[in-house]
Design a binder for this molecule. Structure first.
Ligand SMILES: *Cc1c(COP(=O)(O)O)cnc(C)c1O
Length: 469
């Protein structure tokens, strides 16, 4: 095995030929997600042999800092000893059992502990395997709740402009990202789309809170007109990640909560990307309202980080009062939705070990220092690019960092070129359009933070020079 301490980008044990072989075989046999497959020859996938901490190692012994946390799922690095030990132990007990007609410790304990994190407000937990499924479940539950409550006409949904909630047909219905949705438009039941509270929309003299209020006013107008037909409003609290890390003021969440109460509409908080400490609090919603009385939605979707980035796990938390609406002798009033691997014990056990790490490592407190350090390092490394107008909107929310490259500087295939340049510099990054973002695992060290900020500026320069050449 290559030495994990090897310097980034340097050849060690292992062979470049092995990388090339995996790339060629992958192209022949694997249909890669979120990929323009015709580009696979020019921009082949990174073959990853193993991972340790924040580093991914290829088959030639080069290493890459996983600055995207493997699509935002990895919180405590790869091959974490505590997570590995928990899973090995769970494997010796039970890999899987169905959750209809059976129950098991990991699912029960995880439900209890997550509920406790909401002060018991969200008392029941429903399980699935992927984020999109969690969103589908929340939509179905909301509709079914109103149907059980004698209001079947409440069957429309509201989502936020540029919002993203997954790729299945139901989730795409509440997604407003054209490249993912437009090809399937004929198959999709569209939702109402309300303006985004994205703080970059601020006019001169306007604050982020002003933008949030403006967006909430538009939601209010829609609810005032149509709440009788609307089941739920679906939002991504604090950061709309997939559209390019669009951040907003927490007052938006307070307004949405108040409007949902006033117009008797459910609030669905999709915390699939922003949950599990990513924005600075365990749940992003906790940054709205007061510490004693935060904003809680009616449905809260979690996935991605909840298993520490180890196994597919998604869940929907909801209030006991909503659960109670499904308690009925009539089977049609029960929520019969299921997936084969619902509540998989291995995945739940990984989640329990993840929650243990939040406690034992004081993660939320320590992330404040890590986040501030990376923000300061980026600010200093990118000061020139900001001053020259090459980039704008350098921003941060917790452990999410982003900036936008000016359109006149991006050239053709900016994201792909940046990604390949980053790989050449020992970093795994995939910009979204012209937004460059960093979402590193929480275990990143001070030295790695400084190095990553420096590399980000270097990679940006290398990519832009390519444009000019
Ligand atoms: C990733 C994501 C999803 C979809 O989760 P999958 O596990 O990829 O299906 C849904 N909503 C948000 C906000 C996400 O970031």
């Amino acid at each position: 095995m290559p030495d994990p301490a090897v310097a980034p980008g340097r050849e060690q044990a292992g062979h470049a030929a092995d990388n090339a072989t995996w790339q060629a075989r992958s192209r022949t046999a694997v249909w890669h997600p979120c990929t323009q497959t015709i580009r696979l020859e020019a921009a082949p996938p990174l073959p990853v042999a193993h991972g340790k901490g924040v580093w991914l190692h290829d088959y030639a012994g080069r290493r890459y800092l996983d600055a995207t946390s493997s699509w935002w799922v990895n919180l405590f690095g790869h091959a974490h000893p505590a997570l590995n030990a928990a899973l090995k132990d769970q494997l010796d007990h039970m890999a899987h059992v169905m959750l209809a007609g059976c129950t098991h410790g990991p699912a029960v304990e995880l439900s209890e502990r997550l509920s406790a994190l909401t002060g018991g407000v969200l008392g029941h937990c429903f399980y699935a395997s992927d984020g999109a499924s969690a969103v589908e479940i929340a939509l179905k539950m909301s509709f079914h709740f109103w149907r059980n409550a004698g209001q079947p006409e409440k069957r429309e949904f509201v989502c936020v402009q540029h919002g993203y909630h997954g790729e299945t047909l139901g989730a795409l219905g509440v997604t407003d990202v054209a490249i993912f949705r437009d090809a399937y438009a004929p198959l999709i039941t569209p939702a109402h789309i309300v303006p985004s509270p994205d703080m970059r929309e601020a006019a001169v003299g306007e604050s982020a809170a002003d933008v949030a209020h403006r967006a909430a006013d538009a939601l209010e107008a829609l609810l005032a007109a149509r709440a009788g037909q609307i089941a739920a409003v679906v939002i991504e609290p604090l950061v709309q990640c997939a559209t390019g890390m669009a951040m907003h003021d927490p007052v938006y969440l307070e307004r949405v909560r108040a409007l949902c109460d006033r117009y008797a509409v459910h609030m669905v908080a999709d915390e699939i990307a922003v949950g599990c400490g990513r924005t600075g609090t365990f749940f992003a919603c906790q940054q709205a309202g007061t510490a004693a009385q935060p904003v809680w939605p009616d449905f809260l979707c979690l996935s991605k980080g909840i298993s520490g980035g180890y196994l597919p796990l998604a869940l929907v938390m909801t209030r006991d009062a909503i659960y109670a609406r499904f308690q009925d002798e009539d089977v049609n009033r029960s929520f019969l939705h299921s997936h084969s691997y619902t509540g998989n014990p291995m995945a739940c056990r990984a989640a329990l070990a993840t929650l243990d790490l939040f406690d034992s490592e004081d993660v939320l407190v320590r992330n404040r220092a890590r986040g501030a350090r990376l923000a300061a390092a980026l600010q200093s490394e990118l000061a020139g690019a900001l001053a020259d107008g090459v980039i704008a909107h350098l921003r941060r929310q917790g452990m999410i960092f982003a900036f936008d490259v000016a359109p006149e500087w991006i050239g053709e295939r900016f994201s792909e070129r940046f990604h390949l340049a980053a790989r050449a510099h020992g970093v795994l990054m995939r910009p979204i359009g012209r937004t460059v973002y960093l979402m590193p695992p929480y275990v990143i060290s001070d030295d790695e933070i400084d190095w990553l900020a420096e590399q980000t500026a270097t990679i940006l320069r290398a990519t832009l020079n390519g444009t000019m050449a």
